[in-house]
Design a protein around this ligand. Structure first.
Ligand code: ZN
Length: 332
């Protein structure tokens, strides 16, 4: 599937018969026949020559773009700092269907053989499924909500729309470099998944890197991006001791490339200007056994940041920055 703002797929040459009939290879003869004998047959022959469409030829079918994934927004304004702390739930059962992604061409490129899990934060349907996403799930160290609605810009552009769009752009870039990309969801379910399932999808895919895409929702004047790294936690199913180091490497590379690609500055409201924040309260990090970070790409509640976040061109730059960070981390 392609995202809404992607360029249309290149036209294929499928309308041309793979094996031109003999007369197509002898165009002078065909034209001569057509000129000398303007019969229906000769006209048909000429048509074949000029258009290249054989009897089995089909006009190229424009590929339908997927329907927009937007949904009506419900309540607005759940701050993403809280949203990010959403909690996992025990055993949501449909992870397999949620992890579908467009099949990549046979892997070639610097990321061939590598698996990257991209987690589009929240879900546009969460606003309509508050009871489902409010249920508590076990994140090892604590219990938290299954998922949250995420935030919106003041004009109603949903964080969940943003995260899915940037994730899809990132997927396209990663696949072009040969990576296998798995999504935690792709507008293919009404809500969620819960944060424990989001972590599990990365674990079960044995991902070489996992990135959860978000945008923040704090007061105006707070600007910039930050990458959230897992703290060392241990409790229940949570044990990040093996991923803290590589996750920091991944996060630092993403932060550096994101700043370079987008021109955005590290957040001015946390992280002391480093663009890096360590947290121990996010189920999606605590339950991960694979190198994983969150990125908060900007503040949807700040007008200047929102102008960037709502720009397809800027989102492409964001995807490029995330991708380049992953490539650097994986040594591609
Ligand atoms: Zn979020």
């Amino acid at each position: 599937m392609r995202y809404d703002d992607s360029p249309p797929p290149p036209e294929s040459a499928a309308s041309v018969s793979p094996d031109p009939p003999w007369y197509a290879r002898r165009s002078t003869l065909a034209v001569a026949v057509a000129a000398l004998a303007p019969t229906a047959l000769a006209g048909w022959v000429l048509t074949q020559v000029l258009t290249g469409s054989g009897p089995g030829g089909q006009p190229p079918q424009p590929k339908a773009l997927p329907a927009s994934h937007t949904t009506g927004a419900g309540a607005h304004g759940a701050g993403d700092a809280k949203a990010s702390t959403a909690t996992p739930s025990p055993a949501a059962s449909d992870s397999a269907s949620a992890s579908a992604s467009a099949p990549a061409a046979p892997a070639k490129g610097p990321l061939a053989g590598r698996t990257v899990v991209i987690d589009p934060g929240h879900n546009t349907g969460n606003f309509k499924h508050t009871s489902e996403i409010d249920r508590q799930v076990d994140i090892g160290t604590n219990r938290k909500e299954c998922d949250t609605t995420g935030t919106t810009t003041n004009s109603g552009y949903m964080e969940a729309e943003f995260t899915l769009d940037v994730s899809r752009r990132t997927r396209a870039l990663l696949e072009s470099k040969g990576a296998k990309v798995v999504f935690t969801h792709d507008a293919d379910r009404p809500w969620g998944p819960c944060i424990d399932e989001r972590a599990r999808i990365g674990n079960e895919a044995r991902a070489d890197a996992v990135v959860s895409v978000h945008a923040d929702g704090v007061s105006a004047g707070n600007r910039g991006f930050h990458v959230i790294l897992p703290a060392t936690v241990k409790g229940g199913a949570a044990d990040t001791s093996k991923i803290v180091g590589p996750s920091r490497d991944l996060g630092e590379r993403i932060a550096g490339n994101f700043a370079r690609s987008t021109g955005s500055a590290p957040a001015n409201y946390l992280g002391s200007g480093t663009g890096l924040v360590v947290r121990d309260d996010l189920g999606g990090l605590n339950l991960s056994t694979r190198p994983k970070v969150f990125i908060e790409c900007g503040n949807m509640r700040d007008a200047k940041d929102a102008a960037q976040l709502t720009s397809p061109e800027w989102r492409q730059k964001a995807a490029e920055g995330i991708t380049n960070g992953i490539v650097g981390f994986l040594g591609g």
